[in-house]
Design a protein around this ligand. Structure first.
Ligand SMILES: *Cc1c(COP(=O)(O)O)cnc(C)c1O
Length: 234
């Protein structure tokens, strides 16, 4: 069995290769280690191997791990799961990024609840890029209204867009989804230059990070390829 440290090495090499092949700067793509269901001990191994950014989907699980790892300085916590409005205060207090904001109400609460002495909370708007009925995320056609509204909230820095296109769709369609997200970000940056940096595309997972990088990903969110298969939730 390969170790978390070995896996981080091979994921990092995959990212570097894809970044160079895309003609991009090596530091333009960052690795978010998706650590949902993983123990504090497993995260500790990843930190020892040099990983600093972790993505969590469940608030209480994440807070428990933060407490267990509080002796380790410099961990960067990203929230990537569905945001319930009764959890925004805890999220605004403990994370530096939220990739999964999909409505104005949630953004307003996060902004109001972000302590003024903390840096601005970095957020991405999650987009249901394929308009699938079952998926979370806003519709692409809602963005021209959401972006300027959210961009003016004082506690937030609107960094960009996130999507989770169905990884099992045919390769050409998956690639088209990544490209559509990248083009949408470009258009929003032109239309709303005041809304925030809009410099971030959070897309690509264990099975499709190369393709996402070729289409412009700046954060790839990788779980299985680092920590192994997740146990099925019962
Ligand atoms: C679980 C998860 C990932 C990681 O998926 P892997 O296929 O394990 O790499 C990425 N993004 C989100 C939002 C997730 O929930």
């Amino acid at each position: 069995m390969s170790s978390i440290s070995d896996n981080l090495g091979s994921v990092t090499r995959r990212i570097q290769k894809a970044t160079l092949q895309a003609g991009r700067e090596l530091d333009s793509v960052s690795l978010l280690a998706v650590s949902k269901t993983r123990s504090a001990g497993e995260l500790r191994e990843a930190v020892a191997a040099g990983q600093r950014a972790f993505g969590e989907n469940y608030v209480q699980e994440a807070l428990d791990k933060m407490a267990g790892l509080s002796d380790l300085p410099g961990i960067d916590w990203h929230f990537i799961g569905p945001v319930q409005s009764n959890k925004t205060r805890q999220i605004a207090g403990a994370f530096s990024w939220v990739h999964s904001v999909d409505r104005l109400k949630i953004a307003r609460r996060l902004s109001e609840q972000r302590e003024p002495d903390l840096p601005l909370l970095n957020i991405c708007l999650q987009v249901n890029i394929n308009n699938e009925a079952t998926k979370s995320g806003c519709r692409p056609d809602e963005l021209p209204e959401l972006v300027p509204e959210i961009g003016q909230l004082p506690g937030l820095s609107l960094r960009g867009l996130m999507a989770i296109p169905d990884p099992d769709q045919p390769e050409a369609e998956l690639r088209a989804s990544f490209r559509k997200l990248a083009n949408t970000l470009k258009q929003l940056r032109q239309a709303f230059p005041e809304a925030g940096p809009l410099d971030t595309l959070s897309m690509g997972m264990s099975g499709d990070m190369e393709m996402a990088i070729a289409e412009g990903a700046t954060w790839v969110r990788v779980g299985t390829a680092i920590f192994g298969e997740r146990p099925q939730k019962s």
